[in-house]
Design a protein around this ligand. Structure first.
Ligand SMILES: N[C@@H](CCC(=O)N[C@@H](CS)C(=O)NCC(=O)O)C(=O)O
Length: 205
């Protein structure tokens, strides 16, 4: 397998899953700041111009964080990256999707790419304010979900990797004060050996 990633981007969560799984994989850095995602070499692999992009051993390409995470969990069931119980599994996917589709794509995307949310540059500050509100509301809901739990589903699961990258962005890129259970969750994630290896590999230490 080959993970196409950018250091510190949302692909970090998939990178963590690959380290947790422990099977051999390669990485290929896609420099988003330099626009490498729009170059023909990359769009030939993923025309969506996004990381994470996973090239599987049979050469097929998988995109979209929730789909990649789900596939990795289901093809490595011994790693217990999803709960077995249907209700708990569904809830883990619910949390995973909330982190990616709402906290990231609705919240952080407004801060990182305000121009994508308005044609009028004068409105970009308002877009960013709305992004901050959405992120704060998202963390507050996840904080409640983490009440009396170490991980989102109780046991560690794919959902934690998605919450991890959004918490990481909030705390380390935006200097936000995370609510207490999210802060403890981030600390717990950063202590995992798989996460530490990824931080080192992505040059984020
Ligand atoms: N819906 C996609 C979102 C992926 C995404 O937004 N990736 C960002 C990095 S965190 C990206 O590649 N941005 C490049 C761009 O939009 O130019 C997913 O779930 O994987």
């Amino acid at each position: 397998m080959k993970l196409m990633y950018s250091p510190g981007a949302c692909s970090i969560g998939i990178h963590v899953l690959l380290e947790e799984i422990g099977k051999p994989y390669e990485t290929q850095l896609v420099n988003l700041r330099e626009g490498a995602q729009y170059k023909p070499e990359f769009t030939a692999v993923n025309p969506k111009s996004k990381v994470p992009t996973l090239v599987r051993d049979d050469g097929s390409v998988l995109t979209e964080y929730p789909a990649i995470a789900y596939w990795l969990a289901r093809t490595n069931t011994d790693k217990k990256l999803l709960p077995d119980d249907l209700e708990a599994q569904t809830r883990a996917l619910e949390a995973l999707d909330y982190c990616v589709a709402t906290i990231h794509m609705q919240g952080f995307a407004r801060l990182f790419r305000a121009g994508n949310f308005t044609p009028n540059p004068a409105d970009e500050e308002k877009v960013k304010e709305r992004g901050t509100e959405l992120i704060e509301r998202g963390f507050s809901l996840m904080d409640k979900a983490l009440q009396n739990k170490d991980y989102v589903s109780g046991a560690y699961s794919v959902a934690d990797t998605a919450l991890f990258y959004t918490e990481f962005w909030g705390a380390k890129r935006l200097n936000m004060k995370l609510p207490p259970n999210c802060e403890a969750h981030l600390t717990r994630m950063l202590a995992r050996p798989a996460v530490q290896r990824v931080m080192q590999q992505e040059g984020l230490n």
